[in-house]
Design a binder for this molecule. Sequence first.
Ligand SMILES: [Zn+2]
Length: 274
Amino acid sequence: MRAIDITFDGDVRPSLLRDSPQRVNVVDAWLLDAMSAYNADSLVNKDGYRGIIQIPGATLEQIIHWTLESLPDEILIGLDADNKRPHLPEVDHAFQGHEHEAGKFAGEGYVLGDATIVNRGDSFSVHHVPEEWTDGIFTESRGPRGGRFIHWLHTHPNAVAIPSKQDAEAAQYTLGVDMILGVQFSPSGPLPWYEDAEGLRRQLQPENVAPVKEKRGWGRWKNRSERPVLGIAPTGHRIHGLELISFHKSGAGINVIFVDDDNLPYGWPFEINN
Ligand SMILES: [Zn+2]
């Protein structure tokens, strides 16, 4: 399936994620900026976290692509640790804060491997893996997600990336960490942006998002009073914001770092003395 470039209101913007056969490990420029900005925040806030997880940029891009293709549904993604990609010691050293606890979860110390899309649905059904994955065997001990992966990520379309009660319950079966990707988009359909939740939010977007401009009659450009647009999803939705968090089943926050093919964080080295 190929993404379609969509224009709206006379304003031409690039598709958020292009679907091309050669897209492997080629990450869109806006996403590189977003990951660098996110990593800089992760470094500044490192003392608030008990652990670290490293996600390859290409894996994040794949997940965002599936997320946008699936709007307005939620999706559930399974991830394992890539035991051929241990964290670089200098990166761990830089990002481990005062609260860091070694040995907190399975897969610790290894960059995440490829993502697998496991399920799609609403917030109630998305945590349960399809029946053929569990076959009723050990369902109790494997939990509602079937226990096939170490780490899990699910999406919150038009809701903040903060765990719900169901999320906290599903996380009790997670061996590694849980992640939530929040997406703010329009037209929102039946899901208006839901922001009434408590917790620490982490924006995933470039530092400077240009205001949306709209061409009016007589060729004049006029600033629009709408929210900024990061890009256009393959579904035609306008993306206004992304946010991502990670947490351990104990409720402890896990700091996320996005890394390139050399396991270095985007934006490395950072101009921050810590
Ligand atoms: Zn959730």
